[in-house]
Design a protein around this ligand. Structure first.
Ligand code: TMP
Ligand code: MG
Length: 212
């Protein structure tokens, strides 16, 4: 880890409904950044490789049942267990492109009817993203895209509620991206927004904490 004057990486999060294109666009962004010589990594939440992540994965594929509050806290724990590595990477100059983060955590649980403030509480103190790219798509359109994969939550009526909850979480770090356009067009737009953001972080913008 370099000294405090070394440029840090940016924490950039992609959010959106299931089938909004986050995973494809995140992967393309990382290849683009690496191609022009930036240090960048693709991360995703839930991170299903940890033991907490395996519990989450079993729940999502309906192999286990958990109380709504319990699964909410597991999703949050799954971010906390990655926090120190996340901060180390950022401080050493690596930009992290993260496919889902705390906003998914809050939006999906609040869509079940859990209290919004209760949902936000366990996320307090995690590194706040420098930029949130929200891939905006009507729930009906997302549902048409090759269908859902059959995991829990991949249902139109539920996704409509998730979209409303996401809406309540928007703040100044968010950029709303029209995700109904052709993939290449979205890709180009994301590249330019992300480059600007990485440069802003390099010139000394400090890492803040949720929920700022
Ligand atoms: P994935 O399809 O991106 O792997 O995410 C799996 C599902 O988990 C997706 O429907 C969104 C949901 N989710 C939560 O409910 N809470 C969270 O904190 C995260 C990261 C995802
Ligand atoms: Mg999924």
């Amino acid at each position: 880890v370099g000294g405090s004057n070394d440029p840090r990486g940016a924490l950039i999060v992609l959010e959106g409904l299931d089938r909004s294109g986050k995973s494809s666009q995140s992967a393309r962004l990382v290849s683009y950044l690496e191609g022009i010589g930036h240090s960048a990594e693709l991360w995703r939440f839930p991170d299903r490789t940890t033991s907490v992540g395996q519990m989450i994965s079993a729940y999502l594929s309906n192999k286990s049942q958990l109380d709504d509050h319990t699964i909410h806290l597991l999703f949050s724990a799954n971010r906390w267990e990655k926090r120190s590595l996340m901060e180390t990477k950022l401080m050493s100059g690596t930009t992290l492109i993260v496919d889902r983060y705390s906003y998914s955590g809050v939006a999906f649980s609040a869509a079940k009817g859990l209290d919004l403030h209760w949902c936000k509480a366990p996320e307090f103190g995690l590194p706040a993203p420098d930029l949130v790219l929200y891939l905006d798509i009507p729930p009906e359109k997302a549902a048409e895209r090759g269908g859902y994969g059959g995991e829990r939550y991949e249902q139109l009526e539920f996704q409509k509620k998730v979209a409303e909850c996401y809406h309540a979480l928007r703040d100044s770090s968010w950029k709303i991206i029209d995700a109904c356009r052709p993939m290449e067009e979205i890709e180009k737009q994301l590249q330019s927004i992300v480059l600007d953001n990485i440069l802003a972080c390099k010139v000394g913008k400090p890492i803040s904490q949720l929920w700022s």
